[in-house]
Design a protein around this ligand. Structure first.
Ligand SMILES: [Fe+2]
Ligand SMILES: [Fe+2]
Length: 190
């Protein structure tokens, strides 16, 4: 893990490194709270933004190098799936849960396993994040991870709408599914 942290310091700006360290802390505590494997949460969090600052050219090369078709959607979302596809080769990590969580931390997925939910929410609420409503989301994440997942997706969708940017169908599907699951579990309207 020390070598990975050193490599991250070389790849990322100090601000982004602090974000990743924050995600590690938050993901570990959510894993302990919701009964996921904290070691997997820590590993997924350290890895999730490894290629976040790679250029579009580098990302294209990294994908082609492992025979992967470029992901759909804007290049800013590619770092998750590309890191997942290269995880075994680059980091000797061959764990399906960690791979899935990293692959879908950018746009989400209709069916989100526990570890993926933890990473998606931790990414949005780690201590260096500052945006309106983040405090409420931090509190909610301690109470109900499914609802926190839905609200995090809402924030992401709202942000993209405000900038006239593309919204991945997977994000909408994840959001709808999380609200459906929450309603089923709580038998109430929101
Ligand atoms: Fe990311
Ligand atoms: Fe991140």
């Amino acid at each position: 893990m020390k070598r990975l942290q050193q490599a991250l310091r070389e790849r990322l700006t100090p601000g982004r490194f602090a974000h990743v360290a924050g995600v590690v802390k938050t993901a570990e505590s959510l894993a302990r709270l919701y009964g996921a494997d904290p070691h997997k949460a820590i590993l997924a969090a350290w890895l999730h933004d490894y290629y976040r600052e790679a250029s579009e050219d580098e990302l294209t090369h990294l994908a082609q190098d492992v025979g992967m078709a470029l992901p759909e959607g804007p290049a800013v979302t590619w770092h998750g799936p590309i890191c997942a596809a290269r995880m075994k080769r680059d980091f000797a990590v061959d764990d399906e849960e960690v791979k899935f969580a990293v692959a879908y931390h950018t746009v989400g997925h209709a069916v989100m396993p526990l570890l993926a939910r933890i990473l998606y929410v931790a990414d949005a609420i780690e201590p260096t994040r500052r945006y309106p409503g983040v405090e409420d989301l931090r509190t909610l994440a301690q109470q109900d991870l499914t609802l926190a997942l839905a609200r995090t997706a809402d924030d992401s969708i709202r942000y993209l709408l405000s900038r006239n940017e593309e919204i991945a169908l997977a994000t909408v599907a994840m959001r709808n599914e999380a609200y459906r699951e929450y309603r089923t579990c709580n038998r109430s309207t929101i």
